[in-house]
Design a protein around this ligand. Structure first.
Ligand SMILES: *Cc1c(COP(=O)(O)O)cnc(C)c1O
Length: 421
């Protein structure tokens, strides 16, 4: 069954512009790493459909668990009620999260998880009767599309139309120069009015898979803790094995106070997110009346079907087979990185676990660069879904990707480089 162009005309796709308006590829089905379109062309989903998919598309085990839950309880409001999928999910997650993460607040997407983290941080200090209102973030960060998340993120073409409506956030230099970042952090902390520091641990996703060391992040968090500043790890992209460990924060020797999870939380099947925090933070919200309570709740908070998908995804992730695959992808990437780094058109090849990224040498940079479009078209024609961020080509595959599929992705990058040369 093909979609008629008359039916297609109503949909406003993200990022539509005149010259691309628009011929979205109609996807009919998915299986493993593959997406299959109306004309039976297949595409290897080498970026996990915007970093969400974990075990492949239309996974039968997740589908079965979602189905069962659908027939039992589809939804119930979450103020004053609870259910087994939510409690099981949180108990399972608590075994992988840093030990201090004890309380879990549900929402529906990464941006909301970030808004909640910021609101919790701000209200925590209000509840304590201490004046601390400023928010620190890293230059080049991306935390989502809502106003708070945009405020914390880097100023860009995405946020430009709304600049007058964003609240003030202080941005620290990206920690490529550790000393500069630490000294900027210290001078901010000395003002003693910082409520929280939010960061994407180890890898900044949307700004171009920019990576920095756990050693530096350890020092930054340690410094924040000296000044009692809450540290918020936005693991919306880095969570669930992408960086080689269950969470990127597992590579730190110091625990963040708050964490944001979404994207692969449900295996990339349903919208679901969590903001987790320490007992100490939660306790500050318990008072005799509502004035210190966290008065925030989305209609679909704690949706049981999303939770069922997340439990199924975590069960798959815990399997030895999946852990082996994560190691295999990491090793294959490492070998490819050595090869591609020799190419004259490539620089800054970098890797964190299953995420591999490189810059393509080009006059034109930035998100809307022509090179991005040229590369994207090449990959699609080649049956590979890779969507460069400006001149940054990266691979972030689902864990079910096969060695043959990985080879095809690697080859497609080599072929693309011939075209831009
Ligand atoms: C994608 C992303 C978000 C926003 O999540 P949405 O579900 O798209 O709202 C927030 N933080 C990071 C680090 C992300 O990569």
């Amino acid at each position: 069954m093909s979609i008629s162009s008359d039916d297609k005309k109503y949909i406003w796709h993200p990022f539509t512009q005149m010259k691309t308006a628009e011929n979205p590829i109609p996807i009919v089905s998915g299986k493993g790493s593959l997406l299959i379109d109306e004309d039976d062309n297949s595409y290897i989903d080498a970026i996990s459909s915007w970093w969400v998919n974990l075990h492949g598309h239309a996974h039968p085990y997740i589908a079965q668990k979602v189905n069962q839950q659908m027939g039992k309880l589809e939804h119930v409001m979450f103020a004053g009620f609870t259910h087994e999928p939510a409690t099981t999910l949180c108990a399972k997650l608590s075994r992988h999260l840093p030990q201090n993460q004890r309380k879990f607040f549900f929402s529906g997407d990464g941006s909301s998880a970030v808004e909640i983290a910021l609101k919790i941080s701000i209200q925590y200090w209000k509840n304590k009767g201490i004046r601390r209102h400023r928010i620190l973030a890293l230059e080049g960060g991306y935390h989502g599309e809502t106003f708070g998340a945009m405020s914390a993120g880097a100023k860009s073409i995405f946020s430009a139309p709304f600049e007058n409506y964003l609240f003030e956030v202080d941005h620290l230099p990206f920690p490529s120069d550790e000393e500069a970042t630490l000294s900027a952090l210290k001078s901010q902390l000395e003002k003693k009015d910082v409520a929280c520091f939010i960061f994407e641990p180890l890898v900044q996703g949307a700004s171009g898979m920019r990576m920095y060391s756990s050693a530096t992040l350890n020092k930054m968090i340690a410094l924040c803790k000296q000044y009692n500043v809450l540290c918020v790890a936005d693991e919306v992209m880095t969570g669930f094995g992408r960086t080689g460990t269950y969470f990127a924060s597992n590579q730190l020797n110091i625990e963040p106070d708050i964490m944001c999870l979404s994207k692969s939380l449900s295996g990339g099947t349903l919208p679901l997110s969590l903001t987790t925090c320490s007992q100490n933070i939660y306790d500050s919200f318990l008072g005799d009346d509502l004035s210190t309570a966290f008065l925030h709740g989305h209609s679909f908070t704690g949706n049981p079907i999303g939770c069922a998908a997340a439990i199924a995804s975590i069960e798959l992730l815990e399997k030895e087979e999946c852990q082996k695959q994560i190691k295999n992808i990491t090793n294959r990437h490492r070998a490819f990185a050595m090869e591609i780094a020799k190419h004259p058109m490539v620089k800054n090849v970098r890797q964190s676990g299953t995420i591999l990224a490189m810059d393509i040498r080009s006059e034109k940079r930035g998100y809307s660069s022509d090179i991005k479009q040229l590369l994207y078209q090449h990959f699609i024609a080649d049956g590979v879904l890779l969507r460069p961020l400006g001149n940054v080509v990266y691979i972030l595959p689902p864990y079910c990707i096969t060695n043959d599929e990985l080879n095809k992705v690697y080859n497609s990058i080599f072929e693309a480089l011939k075209k831009v040369e």
